[in-house]
Write a protein that binds this ligand. Structure first.
Ligand SMILES: *Cc1c(COP(=O)(O)O)cnc(C)c1O
Length: 379
């Protein structure tokens, strides 16, 4: 089955009770048993829920994995992965991470005795010197947020395999439409389904997809034991979102290209970060591992500071000033004061998140209206 068919039918069956084409929202916490243990595979909704199960099966299908797990948020999904570790273990992670991931690693899991090394993985040679006998996990985000660095997943997976390490890839920005990390050698794919998978800015959810049975069992155990699961209504919404993922992504990519090209020729723009440009330092890797380049773009205007960047995002009318990304509507954000405010300024600027940086999540509106809006806001 090809990707565009998998988004709609992958691992899906029609409802057994009445033939409902969409899985019903099983809004129930528990399931009747005829005798203790006599049930139809569902006992309690933290452990299993039929609507969540349908979503988890769809997730496994679109990421070319075998097992899917859905969580209450993207961070809850990451939290579950980190709970595979124990005190003394070490993690090597991308340095320009999603701010919330950085906060979870450095402010929560450091306290539990896990050590993190944050490296610029677009240069994979930076990884090996950090590996020692305590290293257990490599955490990759690509494209990175918000600098749009591209990390060579195949190259990192070779390092992970040679050293017997788990490789997890946050695939939130790319989505399986653009890249499928399991096929590139990753053990775990993670999503903030809040973003492109949901696609309509109406739900917060996280997901993990794996191929290996033993790893899946460990993660299912953590999912049930820690309990950060998503509800049936949210499962239904994300399952619905996935059915249009491929058509939305196609338009996100087209509009992303149009907006990136407009910004690149604008006389007031200093720099545009978008992996589709041949001048992007990792364009070749992006071309190799991604089908297209997506709708996430960051840019800096010339000679500008914190105030100037804030003014531009306040001036936008079609783009909404908001956190988050990946919905049908275009959003603009100011990472230094919003998504990345939890990262110390010095550390932030080292990876390029300067005060003047603006991040766009280009939606699926008409590209002409998006460009006109940027034109009036930048001046
Ligand atoms: C939003 C996001 C997360 C966190 O997901 P939540 O659903 O907000 O908990 C993690 N990684 C990336 C790349 C994100 O954009």
């Amino acid at each position: 089955m090809k990707f565009n068919t998998k988004t709609i039918h992958g691992n899906q069956e029609h409802d057994k009770a009445y033939g409902a084409v969409m899985p019903p929202i099983y809004q129930t916490s528990t399931y009747a048993q005829t005798t203790p243990g006599g049930h139809k595979g569902f006992e309690y909704s933290r452990t299993h829920n039929p609507t969540r199960k349908a979503l988890e099966d769809a997730l496994a299908s679109i990421e070319n994995g075998r097992y899917g797990l859905a969580f209450a948020s993207g961070l809850a999904a990451i939290d579950a992965v980190l709970k595979l570790l124990k005190p003394g273990d070490e993690v090597i992670s991308t340095n320009d991470l999603y701010g919330g991931t950085y906060r979870l690693f450095s402010k929560i899991f450091e306290n539990f005795g896990i050590k993190f090394h944050f490296v610029g993985m677009h240069n994979v040679s930076e990884i090996v010197p950090k590996i020692n006998e305590n290293t257990k996990l490599i955490w990759v985000e690509t494209p990175t947020n918000p600098m749009m660095n591209i990390i060579d997943i195949v190259a990192v997976s070779e390092i992970a395999k040679e050293n017997d390490l788990l490789l997890a890839v946050d695939n939130t920005f790319a989505t399986p439409y653009l890249q499928q990390p399991i096929d590139l050698g990753a053990d775990i794919v993670m999503h903030s389904a809040t973003k492109y998978l949901g696609g309509h800015s109406d739900v917060v959810m996280g997901a993990l997809i794996v191929k290996d049975r033993k790893l899946a069992d460990k993660l299912y155990f953590i999912q049930n034991a820690s309990g950060a699961v998503c509800g049936p209504m949210d499962s239904f919404l994300v399952l619905r979102g996935i059915k249009t993922l491929h058509v939305r992504m196609q338009r996100h990519c087209e509009n992303g290209r149009a907006v990136a090209e407009y910004l690149a020729q604008h006389p007031k723009i200093e720099k545009v970060y978008w992996p589709g440009f041949e001048s992007h330092p990792n364009h070749d890797i992006a071309k190799k591992q991604m089908r297209d380049f997506g709708g996430m773009i960051s840019f800096v205007t010339k000679d500008s500071n914190y105030r100037d960047a804030i003014k531009i995002v306040e001036n936008l009318r079609v783009f909404t000033l908001a956190e988050s990304l990946g919905g049908v509507e275009s959003l603009a954000g100011h990472p230094a004061s919003m998504t990345h405010a939890s990262i110390p300024k010095k550390e932030r600027e080292r990876s390029g998140v300067v005060d003047a940086l603006i991040r766009l999540s280009v939606g699926i509106e008409d590209a002409d209206d998006l460009i006109a809006d940027l034109k009036q806001a930048i001046g």
